[in-house]
Design a protein around this ligand. Structure first.
Ligand SMILES: [Zn+2]
Ligand SMILES: [Zn+2]
Length: 378
């Protein structure tokens, strides 16, 4: 433990000693001026362009109505990379990022029932307030005062422990791996997108972008019984992953129109276009790819103006749905489908790192890379 501590930048004096020397800890505990505080490792954002840093923080303590979960696996998400490299995202220095995680219940605050210490859970990316009408009715996914974890509003999962609330915590079967549990959050994003587009068995779709959200959408489209799926993606490695996961065709949009590829496959344009990129102009592209009467679901989060032509969307009578939130039951559905093995996200997890290696792995991902989903594991 002491040599671990030496390798880290240590932010707290007496607290560090409390863990490094257990004898001292009990001495501190006996002396009320030094209540026993244990510490955890966490990986924090420092500044745009600077590497993440592994530091030590006091363990979170579950207050009334709260739970503390011991993190077992946490995925690195494209929006983490985006937030850490884009000034517009205004990520505060010192933020513990990470919002795709699974672990075990570690502490149960007063007034919380229905959880047991040590049971495996998925922690969702939002923090339900626990007090609004929706939370009191047991539907934390619709919380009226929702905060996001991992982006500065509340600490995220790049840490040994995370404080959360029951409305954001979902039980997962013992038989399911924590790695799989950590893919529930992005998987739910894909499921919600399919539902927003009312995608049905026998329909066809174009998926723009084969990052993790695009690939999760692909998994659900197959699961839902798509007749044909065309993926549009700039990077060759990602196109190959998309084909491996069941796309019928994967095109480089600089060379081939995905809508034309769909017409070659089925004789008609796509019923639905899933925009899973979120860059300036990608909405306009989705509109240009859509046939008359087509449906578009926008899953890619863009901070930029898009500038799409309303007249074109109107002349095609497109139906455009934005997809961000989640509906009650969707998290449970994603967990059940993963646990039963009817859908697997395993092939998407290409690398796993410990917390000490997370800053290096994170920096590598900020450049176009082969990795699809990198998992922090404890
Ligand atoms: Zn994410
Ligand atoms: Zn609430």
């Amino acid at each position: 433990m002491a040599d671990d501590a030496a390798a880290l930048s240590i932010s707290v004096g007496p607290i560090t000693q409390a863990r490094a020397h257990d004898g001292w800890a009990s001495a501190f505990a006996a002396d009320l001026r030094y209540p026993l505080v244990t510490i955890m490792k966490a990986c924090v954002f420092k500044a745009i362009g600077a590497p993440l840093e592994v530091i030590e923080l006091p363990d979170p303590v579950a207050g009334p109505g709260e739970l503390v979960v011991r993190v077992k696996a946490c995925g690195i998400c494209g929006s983490d990379l985006h937030a850490a490299t884009t000034a517009k995202a205004k990520l505060p220095s010192g933020t513990v990022m990470g919002h795709e995680l699974a672990g075990v219940v570690d502490q149960i605050g007063t007034g919380v029932s229905g959880f047991e210490r040590g049971e495996p859970v998925v922690v969702m990316s939002y923090l339900a307030c626990g007090e609004c009408a929706k939370c009191r009715a047991g539907i934390g996914v619709r919380c009226e005062a929702m905060a996001l974890i991992g982006f500065g509003e509340a600490p995220g999962g790049y840490a040994e422990l995370i404080k959360t609330r029951p409305g954001s915590v979902f039980k997962m079967p013992e038989t399911m791996s924590f790695r799989a549990g950590a893919t529930v959050e992005p998987l739910v994003v894909g499921l919600h997108g399919l539902r927003r587009a009312r995608f049905q068995a026998g329909e066809t779709c174009v998926i723009m972008g084969a990052g993790s959200i695009g690939l999760m959408t692909l998994l659900w489209a197959r699961f839902a019984g798509a007749r044909a799926i065309v993926v549009s993606e700039l990077l060759l490695d990602r196109r190959e992953v998309a084909l491996k996961l069941g796309a019928d065709a994967a095109v480089d949009p600089r060379m081939h129109s995905p809508a034309a590829a769909m017409t070659r496959l089925t004789g008609a344009g796509p019923d639905v276009i899933f925009e899973c990129i979120g860059e300036a102009g990608t909405m306009a592209q989705a509109i240009s790819h859509a046939p008359r009467g087509g449906r578009i679901a926008i899953l890619g989060v863009s901070m930029e103006d898009d500038g799409f032509p309303p007249a074109l969307a109107m002349s095609k009578e497109l139906e455009i749905n934005f997809s961000l939130g989640l509906a009650p039951g969707e998290v449970e559905t994603a967990i059940a489908v993963l646990a039963s093995g009817r859908l697997s996200t395993n092939a998407m997890i290409t690398h796993s790192v410990g917390i000490e290696d997370l800053p290096r792995a994170f920096a590598a991902l900020t450049k176009p890379a082969k990795q699809t989903k990198v998992m922090l594991e404890f």
